[in-house]
Design a protein around this ligand. Structure first.
Ligand code: ADP
Length: 479
């Protein structure tokens, strides 16, 4: 079965968040089930730097007025189609933002062209590789089913995965003329949304199947509280909506072989975490003599991630006897507040500003607990890495966090099932109480070892989820 995956970022070529980890890991995970998945990705400069020849050039017609071609390459064990459209993608900055952090003003055109390229591959633009199905990720790929429906590949099955409903690709109606879509698409059952254009809505309505990255989030997006204005659309597709929890790449995230950590270890050699803890203490300039647990945070610093609650709670975490190591970047005000907390609590709170993949590995290997106080979390990956590395997750009870971490309540502890700590309402008070529970458990060595070991035994691999995707593909292709 040939499947084209359409993703605006994919690890290890380019990553800003969890979508990249998932898009990068799916091809290998699915190949075990007989799926030949190739990934369409924009040829950003950062991507091209990582690509060595040989690469094959495949001509494409102009995309929304921009010269374009595909590079077909195999790299990092994945087969890629890299969309080379210099006018759209050859520029400095990140995949979506310029060097100053502002969204590119023409993102509507960049990612419409990207979706159109996917439709061209569906139509047979690549010699000897025409997909049986197209799998799109997030709003950047969400116009694909509309372009497919309005072209010669109409009828080809499509799957749309929503990794985060907060990002929708909404633009004023004036851009519609530039999309080269039939005017019928600007309607209630197309991409029109309260007089504007909404890419994600089109993807959610037009894909044959809709998935989100955890069962709880699949339910949550059907409610006004989490639906971000698209709960009606999610409900309209309820029969074709699936929640499939993300796995992790267990080769990249394996404490037994991880090259980024101070000492490798596994379940039988947990004591080697000590060396990683020591390296972490040094890196974050924490007090090595302090006995309290080290809480880590590896996150975009945003409201979604509850980082304002962390700011509110830092002083309490320190007062309760914890230490904190924070890695992240994002909202300037949150960055400033957390840097301020680190300055206030030297030796107890350390902060590294920025994006640092190797350091994120060391933090999972050396930290005692990872805090994930998200207001909503479609799946979340850092808690999964935490489970595998023995860095006990302390999470808000929402989305994929609720689905992947088992709270250390009395029953779960008695049954030996607990793997972390949940808190219900996402407030600073609730976070504080969860930290308090965690510190108490940490002080009871036997309980802590039980929770940590149980987490390390959790199945966080792709196997079960890859099978679910394969079943969805198979059913759609049969239809
Ligand atoms: P989201 O995609 O919403 O940001 P996820 O938990 O799904 O959240 O995925 C985040 C990914 O990005 C994880 O792999 C995490 O380790 C990584 N990450 C987040 N912030 C940083 C950072 N500052 N440095 C390194 N890795 C980071």
């Amino acid at each position: 079965m040939k499947v084209l995956s359409v993703a605006s970022e994919a690890y290890p070529l380019i990553k800003t968040g969890g979508l990249a980890d998932v898009a990068g890991a799916l091809p290998a995970a699915l190949s075990a089930f007989g799926v030949d998945m190739k990934v369409l990705l924009p040829a950003y400069p950062a991507v091209m730097e990582k690509i060595k020849k040989p690469r094959k050039s495949i001509p494409l017609p102009k995309l929304l007025g921009a010269e374009a071609r595909l590079w077909q390459v195999t790299a990092e064990g994945v087969d890629w189609f890299l969309l080379d459209a210099p006018e759209l993608f050859d520029r400095s900055g990140g995949p979506y933002v310029d060097a100053s952090g502002q969204d590119f003003g023409d993102n509507w055109r960049r990612f419409a062209a990207f979706s159109k390229a996917a439709a061209l591959i569906a139509e047979g633009a690549v010699d000897k590789w025409k997909p049986d199905l197209v799998h799109m990720h997030d709003w950047q790929a969400a116009l694909t089913p509309l372009y497919i429906a309005q072209g010669p590949a109409a009828g080809m099955p499509t799957v749309m995965t929503v990794h985060n409903l907060a990002f929708q690709g909404q633009y004023g109606a004036d851009i519609f003329a530039g999309l080269e879509l039939d005017s019928s698409a600007f309607s209630l059952d197309g991409l029109e949304y309260y007089g504007d254009v909404c890419y994600l809505k089109a993807g959610m309505l037009w894909a044959n199947a809709l998935t989100t990255v955890s069962p709880t989030y699949a339910q949550e997006i059907r409610t006004p509280e989490f639906g971000m204005g698209l709960d009606g659309v999610a409900n309209a597709r309820a029969d074709d909506l699936y929640g499939i929890v993300n796995g992790i790449d267990t080769d990249v995230w394996n404490p037994a072989t991880d090259p980024h950590i101070a000492e490798n270890y596994d379940l039988s050699k947990r004591t080697a975490r000590k060396a990683n803890r020591k390296a972490l203490v040094e890196r974050f300039e924490l007090d090595p003599k302090h006995k309290g647990p080290i809480f880590t945070v590896i996150s975009r610093l945003t409201w979604q991630k509850g980082m304002d609650l962390l700011v509110e709670t830092v002083d309490d975490i320190v007062a309760m006897g914890g230490r904190l190591a924070i890695l992240g970047s994002g909202d300037r005000a949150l960055e400033g507040a957390l840097l301020g907390a680190a300055a206030r609590h030297r030796g107890r709170v350390g902060m590294v500003l920025g994006y640092n993949e190797p350091l994120s590995h060391l933090m999972q290997a050396g930290g005692d607990a990872i805090l994930v106080p998200s207001r909503f979390e479609p799946c979340g990956l850092t808690q999964l890495y935490g489970l595998r590395y023995g860095c006990v997750p302390v999470v808000a009870h929402t989305g994929g966090l609720a689905d992947t971490v088992i709270d250390a309540n009395e029953a779960a502890l008695a049954a030996g099932a607990a793997t972390g700590f949940h808190f219900g309402s996402v407030t600073a008070d609730a976070l504080k109480r969860a930290v308090h529970r965690t510190i108490r458990a940490f002080e009871d060595k036997k309980t802590w070892a039980q929770i940590q070991k149980q987490g390390m035994k959790s199945d966080v691999s792709w196997e079960r989820s890859a099978l679910r995707y394969t079943e969805i593909y198979t059913n759609l292709i049969k239809k």
